[in-house]
Design a protein around this ligand. Structure first.
Ligand SMILES: Cc1cc2nc3c(=O)[nH]c(=O)nc-3n(C[C@H](O)[C@H](O)[C@H](O)COP(=O)(O)OP(=O)(O)OC[C@H]3O[C@@H](n4cnc5c(N)ncnc54)[C@H](O)[C@@H]3O)c2cc1C
Length: 389
C-alpha cells in the first residue's frame, strides 16, 4: 500500500489516520475545517474510555458528569447516579487532540475540502480545493453530511434524526433528558465546558416543529433562547432494514463513523462508534486478506453493528411504545425512581455496559423485583410487612 487518503478529520478520520500512520503506512488526511466545534454533546461513555483509555488519560480539558435526570410528562423525573461518569469535551478540543495524535503518529494533515474522488487505474484520483492527489485506498470519514455520493451511507429521511438546539449561558452538574408525547427522540440540557447545550433530536418530524417544541420547553423552564447561538445537524439513526443494505465499503474504500451511519439509534452516541469503526477499518486494511470489502463489513457486524440494528428495532418501542397501560417513557421514569434494580439497569445502559440484545432478558429477570420495589416505594410496605431478620 503506497498512499492512503483519509477524507474527513473528525474523530473517525483522525483515529484511522493515527492507526494507519502508526503502522507505517503513508497517510494523508484532508479536512475542510480541521478542528472545529461540531454541534455535539461531546460526551464519552464508560464503554468508549474503557476501550480506548487515551480518551480519558490526557491533559485536554474535560469535565465529568455523575448524574442524569430523565423525565416524562405526568411522571416527574428520576435521577440516576452514574457510577461510571460521562466525560465531556468541547469538540474543538477533542478533535484537536485526535488530529495531533494522528500527526504525531506520522500522518500528513491538510486543511482542504475534497471535491471529487474518481477511480483511476487500481486507485483513486482525488480533487480538492487545494489541488489533486493519487491514492491507493480511501477512508471515507466525512460525517453525517457526507457530500461524496458514490461512497458511504446515503442517509434517507427514515435513516436520520434532525438534531438542533441552542448554546446558552449557565451551568449545571447533571444532564437532563426529557421525553415528550409522540416525539421519536428527546430533549436535553447538556452541561458542557463553559456553557449549556439545550437541544432536541427527533425522527420523522420537520426541523421547524422540533424547534417549536424545544422553544416551548425552554420558555417553560425559564431558559432564554432569544439571542442564544443556534445549531443544527444530522444524526444518523438507521432504520432496521437499512442496516443490512448499509454501504460501508467497496472496491478501494471503507467508510467510518457517521459517514457509515454508525450511531446508536436510541441514545445518539456516535463518538465511540466513530473511533471503533476507525480501529476496525485500520485493522482490515493492515491485514493480509485480499477480501477487505467483506472482511470490514463482517468485523463491524460482529463487533457492534448487529447490536445497533437491534437497537433500531427497539427505538420505536422506547419512544412510542406502551407498557402496563402507559407510555414506555413514563414507565421508565417511574420505575427508575422507585426501583433500585431498574435504576441500575438504566445506569448500565447510559454507560454502554448493558447491550440491547440482552436487555429484555435482564428486564424480565428483574421484573418481579422491580415491581416489588415499586410496590414498596408506593407504600405497600405498610400492608405487606418485610420478613423479620
Ligand atoms: C447535536 C448532536 C449531539 C451529539 N452528542 C453526542 C454525544 O454527546 N456523544 C456521542 O458519542 N455522540 C454524539 N453525537 C454524535 C457525534 O457527534 C458523531 O457521531 C461524531 O461526530 C462522528 O464522528 P465522525 O468523525 O464520523 O464525523 P464528524 O465528527 O462529523 O467529522 C466529519 C469531518 O469531515 C469533514 N468533512 C466533511 N466533508 C468534507 C469534505 N468534502 N472534504 C474535507 N473534509 C470534509 C468535516 O469538516 C468534519 O470535520 C451528537 C451528534 C449531534 C448532531
Amino acid at each position: 500500500m503506497k498512499q492512503v487518503a483519509i477524507l474527513g478529520g473528525g474523530p473517525a478520520g483522525a483515529y484511522a489516520a493515527e492507526c494507519l500512520a502508526g503502522a507505517g503506512l503513508r497517510v494523508i488526511l484532508f479536512d475542510e475545517k480541521l478542528a472545529w466545534e461540531k454541534p455535539c454533546g461531546g460526551g464519552l461513555t464508560y464503554k468508549a474510555y474503557n476501550n480506548y483509555p487515551f480518551l480519558i488519560e490526557n491533559s485536554t480539558p474535560k469535565r465529568f458528569i455523575r448524574e442524569t435526570a430523565i423525565a416524562a410528562p405526568q411522571a416527574g423525573e428520576a435521577v440516576l447516579k452514574l457510577e461510571d461518569p460521562l466525560v465531556i469535551y468541547s469538540r474543538l478540543d477533542l478533535n484537536r487532540m485526535l488530529l495531533e495524535r494522528a500527526e504525531a503518529a506520522g500522518a500528513q494533515i491538510e486543511k482542504a475540502r475534497v471535491l471529487e474522488m474518481a477511480r483511476g487505474g487500481a486507485g483513486w484520483r482525488l480533487r480538492t480545493n487545494a489541488g489533486s492527489l493519487e491514492a491507493d485506498f480511501c477512508i471515507v470519514a466525512t460525517g453525517a453530511r457526507n457530500p461524496l455520493r458514490e461512497v458511504g451511507t446515503q442517509l434517507s429521511a427514515g435513516d436520520a434524526m434532525s438534531a438542533l438546539g441552542y448554546y446558552v449561558e449557565g451551568d449545571q452538574a447533571r444532564i437532563d433528558i426529557e421525553f415528550a408525547p409522540t416525539l421519536r427522540g428527546y430533549i436535553w440540557i447538556f452541561p458542557r465546558c463553559g456553557h449549556l447545550s439545550v437541544g432536541i433530536c427527533g425522527k420523522g418530524e420537520p426541523a421547524s416543529s422540533l424547534r417549536q417544541r424545544l422553544e416551548r420547553f425552554m420558555t417553560e423552564r425559564g431558559i432564554r433562547w432569544k439571542g442564544a447561538s443556534f445549531y443544527s445537524h444530522l444524526l444518523p439513526s438507521l432504520d432496521s432494514a437499512s442496516w443490512r443494505e448499509n454501504r460501508v465499503s467497496g472496491e478501494g474504500w471503507m467508510a467510518v463513523g457517521d459517514a457509515a451511519g454508525l450511531v446508536d439509534p436510541i441514545t445518539g452516541e456516535g463518538l465511540y462508534y466513530a473511533i471503533r469503526s476507525a480501529d476496525l477499518a485500520a485493522r482490515t486494511l493492515l491485514s493480509e486478506t485480499a477480501e477487505k470489502v467483506n472482511q470490514y463489513r463482517q468485523l463491524l457486524r460482529r463487533d457492534f453493528a448487529a447490536e445497533l440494528e437491534f437497537g433500531s428495532r427497539l427505538a420505536q418501542r422506547v419512544f412510542r411504545g406502551r407498557f402496563l397501560f402507559d407510555s414506555v417513557p413514563v414507565r421508565m421514569v417511574q420505575f427508575s425512581r422507585r426501583s433500585p434494580r431498574f435504576s441500575a439497569i438504566m445506569q448500565d445502559l447510559f454507560a454502554g455496559k448493558q447491550p440491547y440484545s440482552s436487555l429484555k432478558r435482564r428486564l424480565l429477570r428483574n421484573l418481579n423485583g422491580s415491581l416489588y420495589d415499586m410496590g414498596m416505594s408506593l407504600g405497600f410496605s405498610r400492608l405487606v410487612p418485610r420478613k423479620a431478620g
